[in-house]
Every structure is written in structure tokens, then in C-alpha cells.
Design a protein around this ligand. Structure first.
Ligand code: ZN
Length: 318
């Protein structure tokens, strides 16, 4: 009998769900729906995804062993309750993720989305066979996940791995967490775009500037990575600032944890080996030799499926 589970990844834009196989970590069937703006509608969407997956006939229902849910915010993995604020989903705090799917009668597991993605990458993505991993994902914010001895490290109040909120620029850019100068205000895509607008506005020249016809509102993140690969000096400066900011916080975390592997996730990790090589050098330069000499720095492998696969994995390590 096959061992399968349902994984649900709640994102600010989409709710991704799928049936995941324990044997290979592949998504056998998937359903994606837009994320509604209120908690009740989100819960209803999750239930309809689960119902559709179960009734799809893609796999025998008896092979489905559990449901795993990954969500933004701090998640009490024992109770399933969200207790950190989640700026993308107003009113989401206080929601019990496990209760949403209780009517299906399957064991339910819940965790923070970056923690789940880290576990997914550790089990089926870039890190199989590796038990000590730091995972960092770069999107609108910067998320982190720590895998120690094959398990997610949560900390005593489920607040571990918030690497995006390590302060790298005292008194710097205001962050949604209330502090100033957090790493994600410089190294996230949002942060990189702020840097890009500042730099382009000041210089008004170069291939990147020409590609937007001098209109900064037309700038897209992929234009920066493309011109970076093409050798445009301003695109290089923008990526350098992003990579340096990321490396500053990540090297500190690496010195504390001494993991075997650093996995870089998010769209930026798919922008080619040039970026990963550039970032690797910046991180290695800032990291203690005993830590850096064994460290492997690799791009994530699961792409957009990391959250769904990771959510399903929550029940395979518990
Ligand atoms: Zn912050």
C-alpha cells in the first residue's frame, strides 16, 4: 500500500495543495486556488481543496495517511494555532490550522511555511541525506528554516530561524516587525527593489536604466538579474548590495549552527549559477573557517512545490 499525504501551502496570493508520495516526494495531483482576504474564506478554500483531492480518484483514499498545513506566521505546532502576525492575511492570528481540516478524520500537522519548505528540501529537494541544514528563502520577505539532526528546530516559542529580522543596519530601513535595519529590508526582493530605485534614480545611466526607458516604475526584479548576468555595472551593484546584506545575516547564523548545507530558495535562486556563485563567495568570506570549509551552498530544488511537499513531510517526521 502506498504512503501518501495531503500537503497544503497557504501563501499570500495562492493556496497550493497536493497529494504527495512518501516514496519520492513528488506531487501526484495538485490544486491551486487564489487566497481570499478573510480567514473564514481561506479555511473554506482549504477544505474544498482537501475534499477535491480526496475525491479526485487520483489515489485510493485509504492510502492518504495525514494532512499537513504550512502557513505564514508563527505556528504552535502542537496546538496548530497561528499566533504571530501575518501581514498578508489580516485576522489570521488565532486560527487553529488543525481544526480547519478536522472533519476529514485524518491526523493533521501544521508548521510555519519556511520551516515546512526547509523540511521538504531536506527530505526530497536539495538536501536528501543531509541532516543539518540552514534554509533561507528570498521572496517579498526573507524566511528561514533550521534542520538539526533531520528535524525542524522551532525554539521554545516557535520563533526560531527568523533570519530575515536579524538587524544588519542599525537605524536603517523600517521593518514590519517594528525594528529598523532588518536584513529582509535589504535582501528580500522588496528590499532589492528599494535599493535598485535608489541607485538608478541617482545615476540615470547604464543598460538597466535604458531597458526601462528611464521609467523606474517599469523596473522588474528579473530585469536586474538579467542585466547582472549581462555585466551591467549598476545591476551588479544592486545584486552586490542584496547579496552582501543576505551574507551578513546568514554568515552569523552559519557560525552559530555550523550546518553541512545552506539551501537558498525563492525565485532569486533560479536566476542561475552566476548569482549563487557570487553569493557563495560573499558568505564564505564572512564565515568562520571551520564552518565554511565543509559548507555546501546550493540552490533549492523543489521550486514552487517546496511548501506543498514540505507540509506533507510534517507528518513523516513527527
Ligand atoms: Zn524585522
Amino acid at each position: 500500500m502506498a504512503d501518501l499525504a495531503i500537503g497544503i501551502d497557504i501563501g499570500g496570493t495562492n493556496i497550493k495543495s497536493g497529494i504527495v508520495s512518501r516514496e519520492r516526494g513528488d506531487v501526484v495531483k495538485s490544486i491551486s486556488r487564489e487566497t481570499a482576504s478573510d480567514p473564514e474564506s481561506i479555511s473554506a478554500t482549504i477544505r474544498s481543496c482537501v475534499e477535491e483531492l480526496i475525491e479526485s480518484g487520483a489515489v485510493p483514499q485509504t492510502d492518504l495517511k495525514h494532512i499537513g498545513i504550512a502557513s505564514p506566521g508563527a505556528v504552535n505546532t502542537k496546538s496548530g494555532v497561528i499566533f504571530g502576525s501575518s501581514p498578508n492575511i489580516p485576522g489570521w492570528e488565532g486560527t487553529n490550522l488543525k481544526d480547519i481540516v478536522s472533519e476529514f478524520g485524518l491526523p493533521a500537522y501544521a508548521d510555519n511555511d519556511a520551516n515546512a519548505a526547509a523540511l521538504g528540501e531536506a527530505m526530497f529537494g536539495a538536501g536528501p541525506g543531509c541532516k543539518d541544514i540552514l534554509y533561507v528563502t528570498i521572496g517579498t520577505g526573507v524566511g528561514g528554516g533550521i534542520i538539526i539532526d533531520g528535524e525542524v528546530h522551532h525554539g521554545v516559542n516557535y520563533g526560531a530561524a527568523e533570519i530575515g529580522h536579524m538587524i544588519i543596519e542599525p537605524g536603517g530601513r523600517q521593518c514590519g516587525c517594528g525594528n529598523r535595519g532588518c536584513m529582509e529590508r535589504y535582501a528580500s526582493i522588496t528590499g532589492m527593489m528599494i535599493t535598485a530605485r535608489e541607485m538608478l534614480g541617482g545615476r540615470k545611466s547604464g543598460k538597466l536604466y535604458d531597458s526601462i526607458g528611464g521609467n523606474i516604475d517599469k523596473l522588474q526584479p528579473e530585469m536586474i538579474t538579467r542585466e547582472f548576468k549581462g555585466g551591467d555595472p549598476i545591476a551588479f551593484e544592486i545584486i552586490k548590495a542584496q547579496a552582501e546584506a543576505l551574507a551578513q545575516a546568514v554568515s552569523g547564523a552559519l557560525n552559530l549552527l555550523n550546518p553541512a548545507m545552506l539551501i537558498i530558495g525563492g525565485a532569486i535562486s533560479e536566476s542561475g549559477p552566476e548569482y549563487i556563485n557570487f553569493l557563495s563567495k560573499s558568505i564564505t568570506d564572512k564565515t568562520f573557517p571551520a564552518v565554511s570549509e565543509i559548507l555546501k551552498i546550493v540552490p533549492a530544488k523543489l521550486g514552487g512545490n517546496a511548501g506543498t511537499v514540505g507540509a506533507a513531510c510534517l507528518g513523516w517526521v513527527s
